[in-house]
Structure formats: structure tokens, C-alpha cells
Write a protein that binds this ligand. Structure first.
Ligand code: CA
Length: 526
């Protein structure tokens, strides 16, 4: 922290922003943590997207630091959120699947609040229990809904007319505007978009309608040589998208229950109308159409996020908060954009586990820089504490990213990290697995199937060739298995949740917070 203050004071002096001795150094910056839900890094142009442009997120990359190897250690919503709050893996924070987060445990929000920060949480929480450690919170119930969303706080629920991404941005601005001015702030602004069912703002609805979105190289992956898990999953763009996902309209005359049933069907043929001509799509033509429909809506939702991040950045600038606010943009995990034929996440493959991570702090974080160190979501909480000049508890399992943010090149940075996915049986029938990723390789063990995969990420970045059974890899397999065993023990993963998962308490086929959820005493927001 001392070096952070020294660097900061130096930078501010150099910028002429600080004149000694009258002005005290603003040693503790504000922290604005913007997190979307399911936004893959490869749908951000700063990360080389081939499918869309995100000028405002790119601005964060241009004016700050882009992390190219930031990963979720359990790639689904609720567990990633629990890890971000606690700095711990799922097996220690007790949230391996969609179960209720125990809010009585220590969290980074509580620590920052106790350390003198004004703390706020706005938007998608998705942890099944009410937030703790926040001076202000106002959250979506469960998954929340895209239009006219319900929010609730300790006093009750209310409906906010409008589109969810804009409402969350409005509330974030309101909270920062009305904060106590004698404290630095820590604000978590968590978006729902671009989560399934990918419902864009009307303004963006037609943005991609007439564009042909390039297909990823692995869209028709046949899974040859890979574990059974890929063949057993139910998150295939071609097979598992429903009529609801594809935004097909139910025929007239159905009851609401029949309509719902109709929308839940995974169609094997679809009638479309183009230029007044109707035709039925099947087989490969239908597959290609499904990919386009999926991506058109997903990317239109992303555009809403990008617009609103831009609006928030402009507001910070206009309100002279730019220089002393660390702005972070991330997503709770990555997402398959047709990669390996998939949508959703869960698997340990790159597109799923990679989180975008952009950090801007003018004058301190060198602008336009890229970091390739292996970084995980356990590192976020220690980083926030370090930025705030607070001690990092020894039981947090991540490390502070502040040295990287200062442009340093630590020689002892981690060379591998551990991953574990539990939700099996669960949504999308994704087999449980664990593994490690190094800077060059990935070893995956589907423990319920006793099947292994090994990928050479340098020669095979698309992870198409499982070389686990290649005799030439025998020594490497042994080395990586030893490393896997070492990390598992070091992180205290004793298979606590391997066979005894906590019950789903947050999400599921019939969530308690369905779109037609009736909040208690709803009233329109002012
Ligand atoms: Ca998510």
C-alpha cells in the first residue's frame, strides 16, 4: 500500500493535481465495480471480437489495463458471485451451485464498510440471501426481468419502469450522487444483461437483424476424442435452444399454459417469412438460422451494456470523479458464443471460464496496457482491500492485483490455477469436473465419468485435440496431475461438495422469482 500511495502522490504531483502541503493525498480511491452477467470477452472489440463493436468498453481498455487471462474458478453465476465477495473457492464459501449464500460470513463489502468506505450494491445479486455489508442495496429478485424490472431492498419491493440495463445505470448514478461525501465509495453495479433469455432494448432490437454474424470455427465441433461430457451436454445451439430463446411467437388461441408449453419446445423445424415469402427451415439451414437468431439478440443486449457503461463513464467525468475512481468492468464468467456448438458456460473450456477484466485509474494504471498473468476471480476481493489500504485476511485464496495494476512484473506470480464445477445433475446436463490451467496447458478430470482431457493451449487454442492418451505426453500428464493434487490440497478442497450438493435455493426450472413475480406492496419508483 505504501508503494501505491507513493506512486499515486507522484502521479498527482506530476499531473499538477496535487499541491503540497495543503492538499492531503486521496490515498483511498473510490472503487466502481461494474459486472455484467454472461458477457464473453470475445464479444468485446477490445478483446478482438469478430462479431461486434463495443466502443465504450474499448475506452476502458484504451485508458486503462486489459487482463487477457482472467478466469472464473467455477463458471456459473451464483458461485462466481460468492467467490468475488469472499475471495474464496466455492468449497470454502459454501456456494458451489445455485444454493443460498450464507451472508453471515466475512465478505469484502463488510471489510470495506468497516474500513470507512460507503458501500453499495445495485442490480443482479443472485445469491439467494439478502446482501450484507452494504450501506445501500437495491437488487433484482433472482434472475430479475428485462422490462419494468422489480427491485427490492430491506423495506420492500417496487417496479422500476424501463429497461433493466438503463435502470441499473440510473440507480448507480443516483447512489454515487447521493453518497456521503466524506467517505470513499465502493459500488457494485451488477447488470442482468446479456443473460438468457437475451431480450434487447427496443432501440437495439434490429441492430443485428440484417447482418450475417460470422460463425465461430468450432460451431460444428463433433467432439471426437473428447470426454463423454461434451456429447451428453444440453447446451447446444442446434439442439437445445427453445422457441422462447429464438423469440418465436405462439400461434393464436392458446391458453397461457399452452403457450408456455409451446415456447419451451426445442424446435426441429421453423417456419420463417422473408420478403413476404414463407418457408420452412430444417436441418443445416435451421442450424445456421438458430445461431444467427441467438447471436442477434445476445449482441444487441451487449450493446445496451456498452451504451450504459459509456453513459456512466461520461457522468463520472462530468462530475469530476474520473481521476480518483478505479473503474472495473467484468462479467461473472464467460459464455459460449456457438464455440464448440454451445451456448451457456459451466465447462472449463476457455470461452466459458474467461472473464473480461478491464481496469481504469487515470494517472496510476498505465493506459493501453495488456496483462497476461493468470488471474482468477478469487483475486478481486484482495485487490479491493489493497486499493483501500486495508489488510488482506490470510484465509482469502486470491492475491492482490495491485502490483500488476501499477505496471510491475512480479517474478513469483502463479503459474497455474485450480478450477471446479459441481452442478451435476444440474441445468444443461453438464458433467461435474475439475482441473488446472497453466500458461500453456489445461488438464480436465470429469470425476463422475473417470475421464481425462489434456489440451496444449499453444498449439491448440480451440481445445479440439485431447492429447491425454498420447504416449508422448505421459511425463507431462504426470507432472500436471501432481500439480492438480498439490493445488487441490493447498486450497483445502477435500471434496466437501463432491457427492452432497446443497439444494438449489436460488434458481431452477420454476424459480420463485418468475417474470410474473408479484412483489409485496409494489409501487412505481419516483
Ligand atoms: Ca452468469
Amino acid at each position: 500500500m505504501k508503494r501505491l500511495i507513493a506512486r499515486l502522490v507522484f502521479c498527482l504531483l506530476a499531473m499538477g493535481a496535487l499541491s503540497l502541503p495543503s492538499a492531503a493525498p486521496p490515498a483511498r480511491p473510490n472503487i466502481l465495480f461494474i459486472m455484467s452477467d454472461d458477457h464473453a470477452a470475445h464479444a468485446i472489440s477490445a478483446y478482438g471480437s469478430k462479431v461486434n463493436q463495443t466502443p465504450h468498453l474499448d475506452r476502458l481498455a484504451r485508458e486503462g489495463m486489459r487482463f487477457d487471462r482472467c478466469f472464473a474458478v467455477n463458471s456459473i453465476c451464483t458461485p462466481s458471485r460468492a467467490t468475488i465477495l469472499t475471495g474464496k473457492y466455492s468449497h470454502l464459501n459454501g456456494t458451489p451451485v445455485f444454493n443460498r449464500f450464507d451472508g453471515s460470513q466475512p465478505t469484502v463489502a463488510k471489510m470495506l464498510q468497516a474500513g470507512g468506505y460507503y458501500t453499495a450494491m445495485i442490480g443482479k445479486w443472485h445469491l439467494g440471501s439478502d446482501p450484507t455489508g452494504f450501506d445501500y442495496w437495491n437488487i433484482l429478485p433472482g434472475q430479475g426481468r428485462y422490462n419494468d424490472p422489480v427491485f427490492y431492498d430491506a423495506r420492500g419491493a417496487r417496479i422500476y419502469p424501463g429497461y433493466v440495463t438503463e435502470v441499473i445505470t440510473d440507480l448507480t448514478i443516483e447512489v454515487i450522487k447521493n453518497r456521503p461525501k466524506n467517505k470513499p465509495f465502493f459500488v457494485m453495479s451488477h447488470h442482468k444483461a446479456p443473460h438468457r433469455e437475451w431480450l434487447p432494448h427496443p432501440r437495439h432490437q434490429a441492430l443485428f437483424a440484417n447482418r450475417r454474424i460470422p460463425e465461430p470455427a468450432t460451431l460444428r465441433d463433433n467432439y471426437a476424442g473428447r470426454a463423454d461430457a461434451l456429447r451428453e451436454q444440453q447446451q447446444s445451439v442446434f439442439k437445445d435452444l427453445t422457441r422462447r430463446d429464438l423469440k418465436l411467437k405462439p400461434p393464436p388461441g392458446l391458453t397461457p399454459a399452452q403457450s408456455n408449453q409451446w415456447l419451451n419446445v426445442k424446435p426441429t423445424e421453423v417456419e420463417i417469412e422473408e420478403n413476404g415469402v414463407k418457408r420452412v427451415l430444417r436441418g443445416e439451414a435451421l442450424n445456421a438460422w438458430k445461431y444467427q437468431r441467438y447471436m442477434q439478440d445476445y449482441l444487441a443486449c451487449v450493446q445496451g451494456i456498452d451504451d450504459n457503461v459509456g453513459r456512466l463513464l461520461d457522468w463520472l467525468k462530468a462530475n469530476h470523479l474520473e481521476d480518483n475512481t478505479v473503474v472495473i468492468y467484468t462479467s461473472d464468467q464467460g459464455f459460449f458464443l456457438g464455440d464448440h456448438g454451445l451456448y451457456d458456460k459451466r465447462f472449463m473450456y476457455e470461452e466459458s471460464i474467461q472473464m473480461p477484466f478491464l481496469v481504469r485509474w487515470p494517472g496510476v494504471v498505465p493506459a493501453g496496457t495488456v496483462v497476461t498473468n493468470l488471474v482468477i476471480n478469487c483475486d478481486f476481493a484482495p485487490t479491493f482491500l489493497d486499493l483501500a489500504g486495508q489488510a488482506i485476511p490470510a484465509d482469502m485464496q486470491g492475491v492482490s492485483l495491485v502490483p500488476l495494476l501499477l505496471g510491475e512484473k512480479p517474478g513469483d506470480w502463479r503459474k497455474s490455477f485450480y478450477y471446479r464445477y459441481y452442478h451435476d445433475p444440474g441445468h444443461h446436463n453438464t458433467r461435474a469436473h475439475y482441473g488446472i490451467r497453466t500458461e500453456t496447458h489445461k488438464l480436465i478430470y470429469y470425476w463422475t465419468k473417470n475421464q481425462w482431457e489434456l489440451y496444449d493451449l499453444v498449439k491448440d487454442p480451440d481445445e479440439l485435440h485431447n492429447v491425454y492418451h498420447d504416449p508422448a505426453q505421459k511425463d507431462l500428464v504426470k507432472k500436471l496431475q501432481d500439480e492438480l493434487k498439490r493445488l487441490k490440497a493447498e486450497l483445502k478442497d477435500d471434496d466437501q461438495f463432491a457427492t452432497n450438493q446443497p439444494p438449489d435455493g436460488v434458481d431452477g426450472p420454476a424459480p420463485a422469482w418468475a417474470p410474473d413475480f408479484k412483489p409485496p406492496r409494489p409501487k412505481a419508483a419516483p
